[in-house]
Structures are given as structure tokens and as C-alpha cells.
Design a protein around this ligand. Sequence first.
Ligand code: 9D3
Length: 250
Amino acid sequence: MRLDILTLFPDLFASFLEESILGRAIKKGLVDIRLISIREFAKGPHKVTDDRPFGGGDGMVMKAGPIYRALESVERERDQTLVILLTPQGRGFDQPTAWELSKREHLILICGRYEGIDERVRTGCVDMELSIGDYVLSGGELAAMVVADAVTRLVPGVLGGERSNLEDSFEDGLLEYPHYTRPRVFRDQEVPGILLSGDHEKIRVWRRTESLRRTLERRPDLLRRAKLSEEDKRILERLEQESAKSETGS
Ligand code: 9D3
């Protein structure tokens, strides 16, 4: 997969790209990530990338020209290139979107700064707008790293030795069960006995139950879309009865 990131702050990405999984994927040649400095495509001795808004008002707006020229400097894979603008106004980025993007041969991510970007970038060259959540960042760079991380780990071969993507939280739509490692007792807190029993079937049912319990308690919204077996539904019914009981204090 090719990933081109257009930004005013390419240096922000250095340590992120060296990070273990992504760094290894780049070394293995599975992903080719390039940083394009928008500033290099600005004109004049001062390389100005922003300007005051037409109509007045506070703050600055990123100029269309440098972004258009930066985009035109990137060679495109035939039909396979998707241009994505990171913006608080975009559609919410989620795991299904990460899967969708991981199937593309070439993504271009545009990071904004300042109050906004000249609307003609959006209308003239952007295929998709993404937000990573309902909070205010200072720019699109962190959002681009989030998208790059979530998408590239789904590219075949990138996870290599790590466990299959399908086992990850969110892939079956449930939160994870609790994990423990040595020591068996840590500051008076014991590991649940079942995990030491060696009974793999009991352990499987316990983990599934705890996954369902956590999801029910913390993210009941996820249960509606989760892939649930008949066994899951029986466990959930029991958990719902238990919590109904504890609510009435009996
Ligand atoms: C001060 C300007 N804001 C008015 C309420 C609008 C605004 C513009 C640009 C707020 C934040 C930003 C910078 N953020 C992003 O570019 C961004 C972002 C985000 O802030 N939250 C979640 N996802 C994303 S993707 C890009």
C-alpha cells in the first residue's frame, strides 16, 4: 500500500513511523509512506501557506494553491488513489472504514491546520472527509497517524507474527476479556482461579462471559451490531438478569 501524507509539519511523523509494527511493515516493503511538505509548494520568498479569510473574521485559512500543487506532485496509481481530508466535519472513522481503506492501493491524506482550508480543496480534489472523533485537535496530523496506523495494520502481512486481526477487540464487535500474567498474586489481587485450572473449555466460556459482561456494562451500543452466537445470547440473558437483580438490591 502507498500512503502519501500532505502536511505543514512532516517532522511530527518521524518517531511514529519508526514504531515497531509500522516500522517493520515499511522495512518489509509492505507499505510505502511518504511525507510531503505543503510548505515546499508555497510561492514567494516567504513560502506563505495561509491567508486571511474573505469576508473577514478571526484566524487564518490554508491557501488552495500549495495543497493543489503538492497533490499534483504525487503520482497516482490508476483508479486506485483515494484523496482523504482529515477534518472535524468528516464522517466518523471506524473499524469498517479502516477495512475499506486497507483494500486501496494508494491513499493520500491531507492534514489541515489553522481555522480551516479553502473550500476549493474540498470541492476540487477530495474524495472523502474523515474525523477521528468529537474533540478538538490542533490539526489533522494526529488524525492522519490514527488513520495510517489503523489501516496499515490490516494490510496482509503487516501483522506477521502477531495474532490474527479477527481476534482483536472490535473485530467481532465485543470488548476484550481481562488479561493476567505472572505473578499469580500481585499486591493481594489474585488471578481468577479458572485461568489456572487448565480446563480449556471452562476458560473459553469464562472469557466469552467477561467479554460480554464488559460490553454490556460499558458499551451496550456495540451489542446491537455484534456477531453473537446462540451461546452468547444465553450468556447475555443471564448477565442481564444478574444486573437487574443487583439493581433492586436483592
Ligand atoms: C478553532 C476552529 N474550530 C472552530 C470550532 C474548528 C476547527 C478547525 C480545525 C477545529 C479543529 C481543527 C483541527 N482539527 C483537525 O484538523 C481534525 C480533527 C479534529 O480536530 N478532531 C477530530 N478529528 C479530526 S480530523 C482533523
